[in-house]
Design a protein around this ligand. Structure first.
Ligand SMILES: Nc1ncnc2c1ncn2[C@@H]1O[C@H](COP(=O)(O)OP(=O)(O)OP(=O)(O)O)[C@@H](O)[C@H]1O
Ligand SMILES: [Mg+2]
Length: 342
């Protein structure tokens, strides 16, 4: 649904150059919620602004819903007709809502409908529908100053949906909100994604947001995407930095030299069966549990356990094979003489 290839953005101001994006390749599938995380200055906002061409990339291509936006005529000041139409199919939600204070909630939602050229009756009907969808039907006549932060963001979302977009872009839409309100706004985004089949590309600096609503994620650093994929795939990858951040295991004890330490990951449908006791019984071995954690990520249960078996790796090939046959992901950790994971 959204594909960027070799996306590069260089900002030039007062003789200085800042390369905000270095050849970013991103692929967001239709109907998914895709999250981008990264530290401040990593290039996240630049990336999202390049996706709807609010910012012209220096090089590379952006394709949304089969249309290569970067091939359409228009510059930063004046977009051509085709580009304006393509943009209408891309909604955008901002951190600070960007509502007009002098207009009522309904008039704020009607604004993009005026630009499209709908008449008064059509605008009213559409705005009422949208406000109902975001749970604000009773606030149509209020002014932004009379709303809470969460309600303002709901207006921002209703306005973003005015052009019946297939794609919604969100730049830190919840970072000005308290945790409770954040949860309800995230739930709204998730519901809209499911009900309308809306593809959502969101930026956040909170791992919790990724955990709660995203199907896939990308990690950005210094203008580059250093890792990306479906959360379920990332979690199954022992070397994934994002998976470590989503599901930290830092507090687990390391093993003892001369023994075998395993990290066992189970997801979703794999029954959280008592595999440890089965293993102990089947092979008559003592198993030392070093740590365990269970989390719900993207609506699926994911568990991880670190266990220690007596003997070296070579002595445990059969029990490890047994665990893998049960559908569990098993990683053998190597520890050096000091007990630190290699
Ligand atoms: N209009 C601009 N002119 C010049 N440099 C810019 C401009 N916008 C962004 N930059 C620079 O580009 C880099 C990436 O900025 P960007 O806003 O995309 O980061 P970000 O990941 O969104 O950060 P944050 O988490 O703080 O919002 C930064 O070094 C920033 O200073
Ligand atoms: Mg930003």
């Amino acid at each position: 649904m959204i594909t960027t290839k070799g996306l590069t953005k260089v900002y030039r101001s007062r003789g200085r150059e800042v390369t905000a994006l270095h050849g970013v390749d991103l692929h967001v599938r239709e109907g998914e919620v895709f999250g981008v995380v990264g530290t401040s200055g990593a290039g996240k906002s630049t990336l999202i602004r390049c996706v709807n061409l609010l910012e012209r990339p220096t090089s590379g291509t952006v394709t949304v819903d089969g249309v290569e936006l970067t091939a359409l005529p228009g510059d930063e000041q004046r977009a051509g007709r085709e580009l304006r139409e393509a943009r209408r199919r891309i909604g955008m939600v901002f951190q600070h809502f960007n509502l007009l204070a002098s207009r009522t909630v309904q008039q704020n939602v009607e604004l993009p409908l005026e630009i499209i050229g709908l008449d008064r009756t059509q605008r009213r009907r559409k705005a009422a529908e949208l406000l109902d969808l975001v749970g604000l039907a009773d606030k149509a006549r209020s002014y932004p100053s009379q709303l809470s932060g969460g309600q303002k963001q709901r207006v921002g979302i209703a306005r973003a949906l005015a052009g019946d977009p297939k794609v919604l872009l969100s730049d830190e839409a919840t970072s000005a909100l308290d945790p409770e309100t954040t949860r309800s706004v995230l739930k709204l985004l998730r519901d809209l994604n499911r009900q309308l089949g809306l593809t959502v590309l969101l930026i956040t600096h909170e791992m919790d947001v990724i955990k709660t609503v995203c199907d896939s994620a990308a990690l950005m650093r210094g203008g580059r995407v250093v890792e990306s994929g479906a959360l379920t795939d990332l979690l199954a990858d022992n070397s994934s930095r994002l998976a470590r951040d989503l599901f930290p295991l830092g507090d687990f004890a390391s093993g003892h030299p001369g023994r075998t330490v395993l990290e066992i990951t189970f997801q979703g449908d794999t029954p959280a069966q008592p595999f440890v006791s089965q293993l102990a019984r089947t092979y008559q071995i003592d198993i030392n549990i070093l740590g365990a954690a269970v989390e719900t990520i993207a609506g699926r249960m994911v568990g991880r356990m670190r266990v220690e078996l007596p003997g070296a790796h070579a002595d445990n090939v059969v029990p490890i094979g047994y665990l893998r046959e049960q559908g569990l992901q098993v990683d053998v950790l190597d520890f050096d003489a000091n007990g630190a994971a290699a």
